[in-house]
Design a protein around this ligand. Structure first.
Ligand code: AMP
Length: 289
């Protein structure tokens, strides 16, 4: 694995490989890696000659400064894991390298409805920050294939929209990889490292609650089911930001009793974000694949 800290060196290297006809797969991360991240590397390796990963804790996407300060950093272990997983290139830039002084004023990305709900609603500015870093990273790496995790369901949709806004929808294929879970169901996440023993024991209740929704889904109003799911989380000690059921393709929230509810056919996803004391965790589950 070759490590680059500077944009110029990385671009020079990748340009040469592209000229030789090599395909590039890209899996961006914020580090503190786990098996979920490595599954993206694995998917990329299967379909591309070169797999590039990046580790960059993007300050622009943290609406809560405390969350940024406490974001876990395990860089030496990460390098070893990527190397072992067969990643070809690691890009490890500084903040100055990604956001050079004097670069143009902040761009606004028109994400429309997607930015008004769920993570967009509860983390104001978060997706603008995600787009800012992804715009820069995609422009630097220029991959043919991009690998993202379903764990961040809404983020996948935001980044797919970004490639459209960048006019790169056809040149960058967005590949969404399934969520990897711990044996007890907890979705793997860098933030799990911040859970203490007791919190870690409670945390699988997030997945159990999503599974409860899946198993109890019936045609018509979903209002009561959502209320029951929320009550389950609260009873376990979580503070939910939201637990919602939405159209899997558009993320339109199934809002009833005002509307008629679910027609029994529409593809749905349940999504939640909860606080367990200081730590905020998100997860989602497709309900009728
Ligand atoms: P992060 O480092 O949390 O920004 O995540 C980097 C990439 O890994 C994103 O595309 C995530 O969706 C993906 N990812 C994070 N957790 C998982 C997981 N448990 N399973 C699969 N992909 C994941």
């Amino acid at each position: 694995m070759i490590l680059f800290k500077k944009v110029a060196g990385l671009q020079q290297y990748l340009t040469r490989l592209k000229q030789k006809g090599h395909t590039i797969g890209f899996a961006p991360t914020m580090g503190a890696l786990h098996e979920g991240h490595l599954s993206l590397i694995e998917s990329s390796r299967k379909a591309n000659a070169i797999t590039v990963s990046s580790i960059f804790v993007n300050p622009a996407q943290f609406n809560d400064p405390k969350d940024f300060e406490k974001y876990p950093v395990t860089i030496e272990k990460d390098i070893l894991m990527l190397e072992t997983a067969g990643c070809s290139v690691l890009f490890l830039p500084s903040v100055e390298e990604i956001y050079p002084a004097g670069s143009p004023a902040k761009e606004y990305y028109d994400l429309g409805y997607l930015e008004t709900i769920l993570e967009g609603k509860y983390r104001p500015g978060h997706f603008q920050g995600v787009c800012k870093v992804m715009d820069r990273l995609l422009d630097i790496v220029r991959p043919g294939n991009l690998y993202l995790g379903q764990k961040d369901y809404q983020q996948c949709m935001v980044i797919a929209k970004l490639t459209e806004l960048m006019g790169k929808k056809d040149s960058i294929i967005t590949n969404i990889c399934p969520t990897l879970r711990e044996p007890d169901g907890l979705a793997m996440s860098s933030r799990n490292m911040r859970l203490n023993k007791e919190e870690r024991e409670i945390a699988p209740a997030i997945y159990q609650t999503l599974t409860f929704i899946k198993e109890n889904l019936t045609k018509g109003s979903l209002h009561e089911l959502k209320a029951k799911a929320s009550a389950k989380l609260v009873a376990k000690g979580f503070k939910p930001d939201y637990i919602e059921i939405a159209d899997a393709a558009t993320l339109q929230i199934i809002n009833d009793p005002e509307a008629t509810g679910w027609d029994g056919k529409q593809k749905l996803v349940a999504l939640t974000a909860v606080f367990l004391h200081e730590v905020r965790l998100i997860d989602n589950l497709l309900l009728n694949e």
